[in-house]
Write a protein that binds this ligand. Structure first.
Ligand SMILES: [Cu+2]
Length: 465
């Protein structure tokens, strides 16, 4: 492990806290140059994706690029596919880097069961990135081959199979939702124990469930294809596996609630947003079971029920975990505290707006309103009216949230490095962190969520700065 004793070069103007690195007691990833390459690829892929939006005849396939349409349409599919192709490499190389870093750069004193849960969740995510992303990358190459050379891979008249494309596409694109939600779950596992002042309930179960989600989540892809005409046996198997993948997610929710139970809870904006996460994500997970059941799925396939479910997991889940993480690590990144009252008002606006926006979509979907159309029949007007109102509140809430955070940057830097009383390694270093993270060798605790030695001085900080 590289620590730079005596290094006083503080890069105080740039937030360099990379929680994964700090939490395992290191100052960099194992392959720094590869890390930079991933960043350039990500930027290049993003630029190409934006160009594809504005170039004439922008891809009318939607994000799924389903064949045979994506092969026959004259719009600019090639540029969009090329962007996704470049972005895929960024994702794979980052996954590879994180896995190697967790194995090789971890502090010698830190065993596998002393790794904080956020890092565990990113470790599980990295494996999905590394193993699932190549599938979609190859699939996109096949689409290009079809477009340019007309090989016939997906054309039944020439012995190809259009459903093969759907399998290949979802083999990545279902695991992709776990790439998004697993880090979010890791964030919540970090925040809950700190504000309950209690060791996390079921540390090992949470670690195991992260790995179980990564593995089981890679085996459920065809639950997106119940209506594609695949065999009843396949439908049964993929439905069963989808129910299985709900178990590790439920274990996490149970562990978070059990951690709060009888804890010395102090309400703060990060905890409030985490509680919103637990509620919204649970609704998303449970409606995922409705969709995982083949009978119900066929009724609501391609309706707004799917849109609502997806946003409860990806926005109510990942989005809210991101908001919670921003509020939790903001003082760590910038050494400044935001206003608590405005943070609460923003969180209530976003959550309330969220419910108003997406709950009507469940009902609209059950009533049969299809997704992916910009217009709707008159009988769906009421639900869409409510949903529009909700969107307005969400925009206001997110605007207030960001304004509150950024206004705090104009305040004088608070001297305190650990405003929440956290016990993971990032709270042992200055805020914002110095250039090489650690100025002295970090001392690794036997257990990452041990609050027994922490004096509770939170009461006088509860008003925020
Ligand atoms: Cu899926």
């Amino acid at each position: 492990m590289a620590v730079y004793p005596g290094s006083q070069t503080y890069r105080t103007d740039v937030p360099v806290c990379h929680n994964v690195l700090v939490s395992i007691g290191t100052d960099d990833v194992y392959f720094p140059k590869l890390n930079l390459l991933s960043w350039y690829l990500y930027m290049a892929g993003g630029v190409v994706a934006i160009i594809s939006l504005f170039s004439d005849g922008f891809a009318d396939t939607g994000w799924t690029f389903y064949v045979p349409f994506s092969i026959s349409t004259n719009t600019n599919v090639s540029t969009a596919v090329f962007a996704a192709f470049i972005l895929g490499f960024s994702s794979m190389l980052t996954g590879l880097n994180f896995i190697t870093t967790v194995h090789k750069m971890r502090d010698k004193a830190m065993g596998w069961l002393q790794i904080p849960l956020f890092t565990w969740s990113l470790y599980a995510t990295a494996w999905v990135q590394l193993l699932a992303t190549p599938v979609v990358t190859i699939t996109l190459v096949l689409v290009m081959m079809e477009r340019f050379f007309n090989v016939g891979l997906f054309d039944p008249a020439r012995g190809g199979d259009p459903i093969l494309y759907q399998h290949l596409f979802w083999m990545y694109s279902h695991p992709a939702v776990y790439i998004m939600i697993l880090p979010g779950m890791g964030v919540i596992s970090e925040i809950i124990p700190v504000f309950a002042r209690k060791s996390i309930f079921g540390y090992k179960a949470i670690v195991a469930s992260s790995l179980a989600i990564a593995i089981a989540g890679s085996l459920v892809w065809a639950h997106h294809m119940y209506t594609s005409g695949m065999s009843d046996t396949a439908v049964f198997v993929f439905s069963l596996l989808t129910f299985v993948v709900a178990i590790p997610s439920a274990i996490k929710v149970f562990s978070w609630v059990a951690t709060l139970y009888k804890g010395a809870i102090q309400m703060t904006p990060p905890l409030f947003l985490s509680l919103c996460f637990i509620y919204l994500f649970s609704v998303g997970g449970l409606t995922g079971l409705v969709l995982g059941a083949a009978g119900a799925n066929i009724h609501v396939h391609d309706t707004h029920f799917v849109v609502a479910h997806f946003h409860f997991t990806m926005f109510g889940g990942t989005g809210f975990a991101f908001f919670a993480a921003l509020h939790y690590w903001w003082p760590k990144m910038f050494g400044r505290m935001y206003d608590f009252k405005k943070a609460y008002i923003a969180a209530i606006l976003v959550t309330g707006g969220f419910m108003f926006h997406y709950v009507p979509m469940f009902i609209l979907g059950l009533q049969g309103m299809p997704r992916r159309y910009y217009d709707y029949l008159p009988q769906y007007a009421q639900g869409n009216f409510f949903a529009g109102f909700g969107a307005l509140f969400m925009i206001l809430g997110i605007g207030l949230m960001m304004a509150n955070l950024f206004v705090s940057l104009r305040k004088k830097r608070a001297m305190e490095s650990n405003p929440w009383g956290g016990v993971t390694l990032e709270w042992t270093i200055p805020s914002p962190p110095p250039l090489h993270n650690f100025v002295q060798k970090p001392s690794i605790m036997a257990y990452p969520y041990d609050f027994s030695g922490v004096v509770d001085t939170r009461a006088d900080k509860s008003k925020g700065a």
